[in-house]
Design a protein around this ligand. Structure first.
Ligand code: URA
Ligand code: SF4
Length: 466
């Protein structure tokens, strides 16, 4: 029996070369575990293990990661796989059910997970009285991953000096290069400071009880780690209140665009953010979000219901049949579409399939209210003189559920988002009434003429004021 020692991938590789050259069977080798944990950072890119044999690059990749595993038996597993690969089983890695291959893969996964966890759970604290400023974190990884993951931290936190202390070894960043020193006991880490309070406040503010899954949280954040996480202290408290808060949140709002709406008056930024809105389920079946368009200083905002088939495909409001009818009617009424900002109460197309066609489906009350934050953000940004609601959906979104377009169309109301608000029929509704199309169209143009007159009146009033 040959006894060899390895303390990192490179030393294992060197020993393995020697053993392979002498054709030593894995059964005749014992790899002694070394407590030494400083492993080399050199990347093995060549696929040759010495001059003896070539192995798949895939093996080198797996082996370098698995070498960081804490299990002392890893060197034996690695050598067994290497030996088999270079002897009679060149395709061994494809045999997923093989015990050695399976262990290699499990070790590889465990190490990858541990590195990922470290990027998520390391918390830096500012060292008291440090000058220049220095941040310190204490962490206890499951495997020997410090050297492998330190470059990630230097990229992520490259602008500040920091040290990550672990029982195995410590990594230090001085704004230019990484250095490593032996491990330290936990007591060497700073106990508490401002950073910790800041972090706790931050964590409490982002804590969303609806997302809490205690079991998953404990699995992801083993109790051992909780000791080094300042937020762990406040988690039990937050959890105790979580049920209550979940119920409150569910009662208030089943779905809403609110959390997707950035705090800005910039229409471009709002439009960009709307494209990733998940405030209700309509985004899932739509092609494009259709945000409002027009001058950011428009005096008039027209609000439709939701984009139609053509709008969904093109990503612009009122560019299909209803839009063409609207253009025609506005022209007749003396309203310049260039001066008007045009948008919808709901920003994604809701449809049902009828043969090959996508047929408009009416948005539900929940969808309308979920999407209202976008409409409100547009109105808050533009601050128009007049809002024109085209149809019941827009009118009910801004005036409440009992608003009736049939009886209240053409009436001007004061409104919180504009000086005045008025509703009229939706141009799509006219298209859906072939028998009465001409009369309805005439009534629509009549309303738009009232609106044009109101716009002139409001403009005159604001000119007198200024
Ligand atoms: N109908 C609407 O309400 N909005 C559009 O953008 C198109 C049709
Ligand atoms: Fe968001 Fe409105 Fe689209 Fe729903 S319809 S996902 S709330 S933008």
């Amino acid at each position: 029996m040959t006894i060899v020692r390895a303390h990192d991938f490179l030393s294992w590789r060197n020993e393995s070369r020697r053993l392979l050259a002498a054709d030593v069977s894995p059964a005749d080798v014992h790899w002694a575990g070394a407590n030494e944990t400083l492993f080399g950072g050199e990347q093995a890119t060549e696929a040759k293990i010495g001059s003896v044999a070539s192995v798949p690059k895939e093996f080198l990749r797996l082996a370098q990661t698995a070498a960081l595993h804490r299990d002392d038996d890893r060197w034996n597993v690695l050598y067994r796989v290497l030996y088999r690969l270079t002897h009679s089983e060149p395709s061994l890695l494809k045999v997923g059910i093989d015990d050695d291959v399976r262990r290699l893969e499990l070790m590889n996964q465990a190490v990858s997970r541990d590195m990922h966890k470290m990027t998520a759970f390391v918390r830096f604290r500012r060292m008291e009285n440090s000058d220049p400023e220095c941040m310190v974190a204490w962490y206890s990884p499951d495997h020997h991953v410090v050297k492998a993951i330190a470059p990630w931290f230097s990229r992520r936190f490259g602008g500040v000096r920091w040290s990550i202390l672990t029982p195995d070894e410590c990594a230090h960043w001085d704004l230019e290069k990484l250095t490593f020193t032996p491990g330290v006991p936990r007591s060497a880490a700073p106990a508490s400071d401002d950073m910790e309070h800041l972090w706790k406040d931050y964590y409490a503010s982002i804590f969303n009880p609806a997302r809490v899954k205690v079991k998953a949280m404990k699995a992801e954040m083993p109790v051992r780690h909780w000791a080094t996480l300042p937020e762990a202290e406040i988690i039990p408290n937050l959890l105790a209140k979580a049920n209550v808060r979940v119920i409150e949140m569910a009662k208030n709002q089943k779905s809403s665009a609110a959390e997707f709406v950035p705090r800005t008056n910039d229409l471009q930024q709002l439009r960009a953010a709307a494209s990733v809105c998940r405030g209700c389920e309509l985004y899932a079946r739509a092609t494009h979000v259709v945000f409002g368009e027009g001058r950011p200083d428009a005096k008039v905002v027209m609000v439709g219901e939701q984009p139609g088939d053509e709008e969904d495909l093109k990503g612009h409001p009122f560019v299909g049949p209803a839009g063409r009818l609207l253009d025609k009617a506005m022209l007749e009424a003396g309203l310049d579409r260039e001066q008007v900002y045009v948008t919808n109460a709901v920003k994604h197309f809701k449809w049902i399939e009828r043969g090959k066609r996508r047929i408009h489906a009416k948005p539900s009350g929940i969808e309308i209210s979920s999407c209202r934050p976008w409409l409100e953000a547009e109105l808050a940004s533009i601050q128009p003189e007049l809002v024109v609601c085209l149809g019941a959906t827009a009118a009910q979104s801004l005036m409440g559920r009992d608003f009736r377009v049939t009886t209240e169309r053409g009436i001007f109301f004061p409104h919180r988002w504009a000086k005045q608000l008025v509703a009229t029929i939706h141009p799509s509704a006219i298209l859906r009434m072939p028998d009465r199309r001409d009369e309805e169209y005439a009534l629509f143009v009549h309303d738009l003429k009232l609106i044009a007159a109101k716009v002139r009146e409001l403009e005159a009033a604001s000119r007198r004021l200024s």
